[in-house]
Design a binder for this molecule. Structure first.
Ligand code: ASP
Length: 322
């Protein structure tokens, strides 16, 4: 049987042109991490993992790599909230009914591992902090100080948003937030037929303390069903309203749509610029769509396809051999 992996680093209405090479190198490195697990060339770096199916191991490994890279809004590169602090959310799920999600972490280096701990070690699907964070620490997950999450790139962006909000008096700041989003996600189908997806985010810039977006919400930020696995990124409030990822799977299950048609239908239901999705169906077919200017993304499969792109078109296609 075949395997397929897809990942994204957020959908944004910025050109990302200056950092093009940096983004592509980072995407390639994260893709390699997940692909080596899916191709069963090497086990994931986290442990213990043997109770997880290969697709779930691969998406966690991929998201950990994205969280460790400060270019993306998750883990190390998380955006600041209105208090200048970090509140990170994550979710992992598979098509066998296993899911775990956590909200409001501020110290865990890899929030996706906290979501996995909730999935594997509690009878619950979604846990908020401080309980989620305490649980992750009790289970030995690595913590970091505020300084680790405080990156210059994000700090400058946050200051710029605060300034813009001061001058845009009377507005709610929605327009200035437009340019400062992101989230990371990965979807995989393994050789055994398992489908899994994982997302992790720092949320939106200067967000209200306690705000929760779509990322940790099952069906909103990601969904893995019998027909497909889907991850979304973009305006969390819009994805929540549309229940985008769950509806893409439902459109396939109940209306018999192909993955491509289901993604197009749900993406066109949301205003242009709302975000993007990456998705893989049970045959290993992969769809990646966005209505923003950019969505750093990549995919690889066992048939030797490997693609890395930032803008609308696939810019870089490489054949790989296993
Ligand atoms: N959807 C995320 C959130 O609203 C942000 C993003 O994906 O850009 O928290």
């Amino acid at each position: 049987m075949s395997w397929t992996l897809a990942l994204h680093g957020g959908a944004e209405n910025v050109s990302l042109d200056e950092d093009r090479k940096e983004y592509k190198d980072a995407l390639a490195a994260c893709l390699d991490r997940g692909a080596s697990v899916l191709s069963e060339r090497s086990p994931p770096s986290f442990s213990p993992y043997a109770h997880l199916n290969i697709a779930t191991q691969a998406v966690i490994e991929t998201v950990m790599a994205l969280e460790d890279c400060d270019l993306f809004n998750a883990g190390h590169g998380s955006l600041f909230n209105e208090d200048g602090l970090f509140e990170m959310d994550a979710q992992v799920m598979d098509n066998r009914g296993h899911c775990g999600a956590c909200v409001g972490l501020s110290r865990i280096r890899n929030p996706i591992l906290a979501a996995e701990k909730i999935m594997s070690n509690t009878p619950h699907a979604l846990v908020t902090s401080p309980s989620a964070e305490e649980f992750a620490i009790k289970h030995g997950l690595r913590t970091e100080t505020h300084q680790y999450f405080h990156t210059e790139r994000r700090f400058k962006a946050w200051q710029a948003v605060r300034e813009a909000k001061k001058t845009a008096s009377g507005q709610d700041g929605a327009d200035v937030n437009e340019h400062c989003r992101g989230t990371v996600g990965a979807v995989a189908k393994d050789k055994q037929g398992n489908i899994a997806c994982a997302v992790s985010t720092g949320g939106t810039i200067d967000k209200m303390r306690g705000r929760v977006g779509d990322s940790p919400i099952i069906g909103g930020g990601c969904y893995a069903g019998s027909s497909a696995g889907v991850c979304g990124t973009g305006k969390g409030e819009v994805f929540l309203y549309h229940n985008t990822c769950g509806r893409i799977c439902a459109a396939m299950d109940y209306a018999g749509l192909s993955l491509q048609d289901a993604c197009e239908r749900e993406m066109s239901a949301m205003a242009a610029g709302s975000g993007g999705v990456i998705a893989i169906d049970s045959d290993g077919g992969c769809v990646m769509q966005h209505s923003t200017q950019a969505m750093p993304r990549a995919m690889q499969d066992s048939a030797g396809r490997r693609k890395i792109a930032i803008w609308k078109e696939w810019e870089e296609n490489q054949e790989v051999s296993e």
